[in-house]
Design a protein around this ligand. Structure first.
Ligand SMILES: Cc1cc2nc3c(=O)[nH]c(=O)nc-3n(C[C@H](O)[C@H](O)[C@H](O)COP(=O)(O)OP(=O)(O)OC[C@H]3O[C@@H](n4cnc5c(N)ncnc54)[C@H](O)[C@@H]3O)c2cc1C
Length: 448
């Protein structure tokens, strides 16, 4: 990749395009090196592993190897919700594991959201953080049932601070007839994702982590009992520990391929709303909003009052194809949904459209796992569209695992859990189509 243009990343999201500075990528990996830990992938997970390892042990030699620039993947493209959802919904996590584990996962996620806030504020990471909360809304009778169901679970767990918002309360905040019932979680927030990723890169480097960019890892192998060798086109590093922080891109590594599947989610963004338009829609609380469909919509405001609308449908490809970042059908649906929720915005212009892959395990739940018996190759996968706070916190957990420190995090049930592999294509491809078809139908008939 000698012809790399430092602006290539910009087309991947408005967040990356609008960074205050053009990224000058770090030099690629060249030559042969030795280190204690190699981390493959420079998103939130990889950068957080590096940062926390050096926090725990300032003498440890950690190298992060990123194929493009840090933040190129989901970390530079997401909706920017820092939220407490673990897996797809609370109900599904409870059904898949049990009530105790679902509750423990929620507590972990609450800590993840609080911890991300702490990292951002203590290290003064400029990422437009707004602790404006998260709102789950029901917009049809069937969605209202789901919102009630989730709220009952949260009430039973005794989770503090979450408020039930009836129609009158919702109408105080939003000028729309669309919302019937909601619950509001004040501890959550919204960020500019690419600024967070670049800020985390700066933080990791300030702690002494070496980061190579523009360096796709092509191969890794075990050297008997003396660790691993990781290779790129122009260099290699030998290390005792190896961490895969490659999220949906893990499909490119045969050893990880069947553990997760990339699924693409899409976003549209409007022009900045004028003061008059802002007044017409309310949204004074500025909370990130999700509805309770199967194929959810998620939406929020940016610092300069653009509306970011994502979700609505998903896409997937056959085999290892990771090139479907754009989907005009879904973009058109999302633009239409903005004026469905806020008819007073008819005529607004949409300026940006993008998408990216999330990592999905068979049971839709995250996993921090090991490859091999020696427990020295660690991977983190399956954070689906709920990974902003989770991946940053998981980075801390993985650093503790490598440092041999036990904590409430390293003892979580999803650390070291066995994952069910996806069957090979065409079985998975066919099954994914069938599941998405069912979800679309349910949304059309019930959830709207
Ligand atoms: C459109 C979209 C919207 C989302 N919205 C939200 C949201 O609002 N809230 C939320 O909590 N979560 C959201 N998510 C999910 C969240 O963004 C992810 O869970 C999180 O960013 C994953 O971080 P990561 O570091 O594990 O992976 P990534 O950020 O994907 O990082 C993986 C990195 O590995 C690199 N890589 C790949 N192959 C190689 C290789 N061979 N060698 C070296 N490096 C390699 C990639 O370039 C990439 O930088 C969304 C995701 C998407 C795509």
């Amino acid at each position: 990749m000698t012809d790399y243009q430092s602006t290539d990343y910009q087309s991947k999201s408005w967040w990356l395009e609008s960074l205050p500075e053009t990224i000058l990528p770090n030099p690629p990996l060249t030559g042969a090196h030795k280190a204690d830990v190699v981390v493959v992938g420079g998103g939130y997970t990889g950068l957080s592993v590096g940062y926390h390892l050096r926090e725990l042990n300032p003498g440890i030699d950690v190298r992060v190897i990123e194929s493009d620039v840090c933040g190129y993947g989901a970390s530079g493209r997401n909706g920017g919700f820092s939220m407490t959802l673990f897996g797809l919904t609370k109900g599904i996590t409870q059904f898949r594991f049990n009530d105790e584990k679902a509750r423990a996962a929620h507590t972990y996620m609450e800590s993840a959201v609080d911890y991300l806030h702490e990292v951002i504020t203590q290290n003064r990471i400029d990422c437009d953080y707004e602790r404006s909360g998260y709102l789950l809304v029901g917009t049809s009778p069937a969605q209202v049932k789901r919102v009630e169901h989730d709220f009952k679970i949260i009430e039973r767990w005794g989770s503090a601070g979450i408020e039930r918002w009836d129609r009158a309360r919702l109408a105080e905040e939003f000028h729309t007839d669309f919302y019937k019932l909601g619950w509001f979680e004040p501890r959550c927030g919204i960020i500019q994702p690419a600024k967070l990723a670049r800020g985390m890169k700066g933080l990791a480097e300030a702690r002494g982590v070496t980061i190579y960019e523009n360096s796709p890892v092509t191969h890794f192998s075990k050297n008997g009992s003396s660790g691993y060798t990781v290779k790129t086109e122009k260099g290699e590093v030998q290390s005792e520990y190896l961490v895969f922080a490659t999220n949906a891109y893990s499909i490119l590594f045969p050893q990880l391929k069947s553990l997760q599947r990339p699924i693409f989610t899409y976003i549209v963004m409007s022009e900045p709303l004028s003061d008059a338009r802002m007044e017409s829609i309310g949204w004074q609380c500025r909370a990130g909003v999700e509805d309770a469909r199967d194929l959810i919509h998620y939406y929020r405001l940016t610092k300069d009052n653009r509306i970011v609308m994502g979700g609505g449908d998903v896409a997937f490809t056959y085999g290892n194809d990771l090139t479907i970042d754009l989907n005009n059908r879904i973009f058109a649906h999302l633009e239409g949904h903005v004026t469905e929720v806020f008819p007073q915005l008819k005529g607004i212009r949409f300026t940006h459209r993008w998408g990216g892959p999330v990592s999905v395990t068979v049971d839709m739940a995250p996993v921090i796992g090991y490859l091999g018996e020696d427990k020295k190759t660690i991977f983190s996968l399956g954070c689906i569209g709920h990974g902003v706070s989770l991946t940053t916190y998981n980075g801390r957990t993985i650093a503790e695992m490598i440092a041999g420190q036990r904590s409430s995090r390293t003892e979580m049930f999803f650390v070291g859990r066995k994952t069910i592999p996806w069957p090979p294509d065409p079985i998975t491809y066919g099954a994914a189509h069938a599941i998405r078809g069912f979800m679309r139908l349910e949304d059309r008939l019930y959830y709207k």
